[in-house]
Design a protein around this ligand. Structure first.
Ligand SMILES: *Cc1c(COP(=O)(O)O)cnc(C)c1O
Length: 384
């Protein structure tokens, strides 16, 4: 039905074979594939980075808050423009989410100045999301938190939601290794895709140990260790959850990790082709252009439609031409669960949420499909 889908898996025989090999091996959870996936992922991110594979990106965010001791009475600063998981996990640990607005309609990431404005004595952590795979201003965010510590002695943790940003770099450093804990998602439509999966990364041995205990019932040994005779029993050091990944997904993750850089380069080429095609369409703007010292991962291709534009009509018109589009993201303030939470207004994020349209982008997309999407968008706008 679609001429151009929003997203398509970058899978081939290798993913199929990887799953078949695991199934045939007879060992399907917490085994060698999971260890190998963690090792390779952490090596890919850099020296001294530790990585714990998990069942989802949301699990990574949840465990990050638990490992950092965030709970009732604490406030966590969350971007006004992001996926609902970031605010949900804050609520789930009993803490209070505090929204900080985006920088501008050109830089949709969380604003360091807005963070500085909403910090209170209760602020325990900031969740920074690298929107669409464009790194946040991490030095500026870190400077705000350092400044607070110098002045008041208050330690505020920095969590990176790198769900959009596997492979992205900020000043030569991989996203997910700059804050205290990095959270990755390997959900179907992400740059590294296993179906359901995630990873929590940190440079701290103590935090890594906490994340591993929390991931697996607080237990001190793994089934694999017991199977291999390395351990016959276990202790439970603290209450935990079961947020483990399985061997099938870890095996797919290894194949996808090997493809990641090439796939991100493909995404970049398509992104640039979009920019060329949209340059004459002056009423549509593309965010995050002209950033220096960053390597984006080009997770999605978001644009800003003209003010007052009838977005549902644009979406319908493009659908009529076989082009699938999406929206990233609806504002939290309008969700039933958050309507009465007294969340602060985030006017920049609200304006983006109202005018944003996500166009198709995936590594195996063809350049002429980009042209087709751009033409369909032009025709949709001409109707309005
Ligand atoms: C996908 C996503 C998540 C959640 O990841 P899951 O693996 O689906 O749980 C969190 N934050 C952002 C920004 C995401 O895009």
């Amino acid at each position: 039905m679609w001429k151009v889908q929003l997203f398509k898996l970058n899978y081939d025989q290798r993913e199929t074979q990887a799953v078949a090999d695991v199934v045939n091996s007879g060992w399907i959870t917490m085994g060698e594939k999971t260890l190998e996936f963690e090792n390779q992922f952490s090596q890919y991110l850099g020296k001294d980075v530790r990585a714990a594979a998990l069942s989802s990106g949301t699990a990574a965010l949840h465990l990050a808050l638990l490992a950092l001791g965030v709970g009732p009475g604490d406030e966590v600063i969350v971007p006004g423009l992001t996926f609902v998981a970031d605010i949900n996990v804050v609520k789930m640990v009993g803490a209070t989410p505090v929204l900080a607005d985006s920088v501008s309609t050109d830089d949709w990431n969380i604003s360091p100045a807005a963070i500085a404005e909403v910090i209170t004595a209760k602020t325990k952590a900031v969740i920074a999301v690298h929107f669409a795979g464009f790194p946040c201003a991490m030095d500026e965010i870190r400077a705000v938190l350092d400044d607070r510590r110098t002045k008041t002695g208050q330690e505020i943790f920095l969590i990176e939601d790198a769900a959009h940003a596997p492979g992205a770099e900020y000043c030569g450093q991989k996203c997910g290794t700059i804050g205290d804990i990095g959270c990755f998602s390997f959900f179907t439509n992400k740059n590294l895709s296993v179906g359901e999966g995630g990873m929590a990364t940190t440079r701290s041995e103590a935090l890594d140990q906490k994340l591993r205990h929390l991931r697996s019932h607080g237990m001190t040994s793994l089934t694999l260790d017991r199977h291999k005779g390395r351990s016959i029993s276990y202790d439970v050091v603290a209450p935990g959850l079961n947020y483990r990944i399985d061997e099938m997904r870890a095996a797919i993750g290894l194949v996808q990790l090997a493809k990641l850089e090439g796939a991100n380069e493909q995404r970049q080429k398509l992104f640039q082709h979009y920019c060329r095609g949209l340059a004459p369409v002056t009423e549509v703007s593309v965010p995050f252009l002209g950033f220096e010292n960053v390597l984006p991962s080009y997770h999605i291709f978001p644009v800003l439609l003209p003010k007052g534009c009838d977005r549902p009509a644009v979406i319908a018109s493009m659908k009529g031409e076989g082009v699938q589009t999406s929206i990233h993201y609806p504002g939290f303030q309008n969700f039933t669960a958050f309507r009465n939470e007294g969340l602060a207004e985030t006017p920049v994020a609200a304006e983006i949420a109202e005018r944003e349209l996500t166009l198709p982008l995936y590594p195996t997309m063809e350049l002429d499909q980009v042209d087709l999407v751009v033409d369909a968008l032009k025709r949709a706008l001409a109707k309005g």
